[in-house]
Design a protein around this ligand. Structure first.
Ligand SMILES: *Cc1c(COP(=O)(O)O)cnc(C)c1O
Length: 441
């Protein structure tokens, strides 16, 4: 029997990111200025983002070289990551399907997010940025950016939604260890935060509010802002994942029939899927693409494809995307990374045009999938990743019914070792499934 893991040699790590913009089935609708409804000139984004990141945001180049210092930092966090086959899970499910997963949990932050955090910190360092501000929900993005900033000696200010700040103290410690300043959001650091605290001094916070606070701080202090998902340049940096996975599957002489991943803003899924999507768009691959979201935040399954703000305070440009509305109340599911109201514009376009199918699951069923995975594979997945695992299991069971030996590939976007509280509640039977009260579009 073949070993259930494929590793790449360090020299085999891709040296370019893949930009899907020139290959999309139709041009992407540009961000617009909310006041005029006119397309926003890309330079307008340079107030918030490093120039090179803005260039990448709208680039028409299919391949963008990865700078050598970023390559070295990727080595430092354990890239290239392994591709594993879930042979024990296959046996447990008694399925003829082969289930492969890309191991993005192997770094200390425990997710795919450092792939872009490192690149963003690097370009900002090169351009002389004073420091970076950002928001974080569950704390994964905040700890990734804190790590990126530590690598390139940059200041980092993180606004962490208050509910997570209180319930996930170890994420805060991790960020502080990497030298970041962490504030519970809403905070007393910004005008918008103070306004929210006046309304409710125990406000649990939301990603939308934390984004508003991070942007306000960047604009007022001359720091720059950093976003962990949604934007084109973020998805671009994640394509290292799919390019590696493609090489690894080629070494096994396999092609995926299903490419699966969970979607919060869409970056880990796009990172895995876009290099394969390029093959599909060129007619060289006949695979199904499946994006998985929580039923509590059903942007692509129940929301609308329209222009919407990226934040609650309406400070960002408007993006054409699937959204449940920027004032949507996001239920407190444990998959904090999937609580964002919108989805990446390129991913939204591909869903809207029928190239990607989306499905939604409830919290309890995805934690059950996570438990099954943990018991069989010996790994504890992040609550976000459990959504992808649930979909992979459902496909594998479908393959069993039809007796089909299909190849399923999913992104193991993160581990859940700092999310054991969610698992504890699952085991105690205390987890709740949320139906969204109102879709605000
Ligand atoms: C942040 C996060 C996600 C969701 O974000 P995307 O941008 O959609 O990838 C998924 N999984 C993990 C482990 C995360 O930390």
């Amino acid at each position: 029997m073949k070993p259930p893991v494929v590793n790449l040699n360090p020299e085999e790590m891709p040296r370019e990111w893949y930009n899907i913009l020139p290959d999309l089935p139709r041009p992407l609708d540009p961000p617009i200025n909310p006041a005029t409804k006119e397309p926003l000139p890309p330079q307008a984004l340079e107030v918030l983002f490093a120039k090179e990141l803005v260039r990448q945001e709208v680039s028409d180049q299919r391949r963008i070289p990865i700078p050598e210092e970023v390559v070295q930092a990727y080595y430092a966090i354990g890239r290239p990551t392994p591709l594993r086959r879930a042979t024990r899970l296959e046996k447990y499910l008694n399925t003829p399907a082969k289930i492969y997963y890309k191991c993005e949990y192997v770094n200390v932050v425990g997710s795919h997010k450092p792939n872009t955090a490192i690149a963003q910190a690097y370009y900002n360092m090169v351009e002389g940025t004073k420091g970076l501000t950002t928001e974080t929900g569950a704390g994964q993005w905040g700890s990734a950016l804190a790590l990126g900033c530590a690598f390139f000696k940059m200041k980092c200010k993180v606004f962490m939604t208050r509910s997570s700040y209180l319930s996930k103290p170890y994420r805060k410690v991790l960020m502080q260890l990497f030298g970041a300043e962490v504030y519970p959001s809403p905070s007393d650091q910004t005008d918008f935060g103070r306004k929210m605290l006046e309304q409710d001094s125990n406000h649990p916070g939301s990603l939308g509010i934390a984004i508003s606070e991070a942007i306000e701080t960047a604009v007022k202090t001359g720091m720059k802002y950093s976003l962990g998902s949604v934007l084109n340049h973020v998805l671009l940096h994640q394509t290292i994942v799919g390019q590696e996975a493609m090489k690894q599957l080629q070494m096994l002489d396999e092609k995926p029939d299903y490419v699966v991943g969970c979607i919060g803003g869409g970056s880990n899924y796009a990172g895995l899927a876009y290099p394969f999507m390029r093959e599909k768009l060129a007619g060289r691959l006949d695979a199904e693409f499946i994006a998985v979201e929580p039923k509590a935040v059903p942007s692509t399954t129940k929301g609308k494809y329209m222009y919407d703000f990226g934040d609650t305070a309406e400070m960002t440009p408007m993006l054409k995307m699937y959204t449940v509305g920027h004032k949507f109340f996001t239920p407190p599911i444990h998959a904090g990374g999937l609580r964002y109201h919108g989805k990446a514009p390129t991913l939204s376009l591909l869903v809207h045009e029928g190239y990607i199918r989306s499905v939604a699951y409830h919290q309890r069923e995805v934690f059950e999938a996570g438990r099954i995975f943990a018991e069989n594979e010996g790994l504890v997945p992040a609550p976000e990743t459990n959504h992808a695992i649930k979909a992979a299991i459902d496909i594998a069971l479908e393959c069993k019914k039809n007796n089909e030996e299909k190849v399923i590939l999913f992104n193991m976007s993160g581990h859940g070792l700092l999310d054991l509280q969610g698992y504890a509640e699952y085991l105690e039977g205390k987890l709740v499934d949320y139906e969204p009260s109102q879709i605000l579009v």
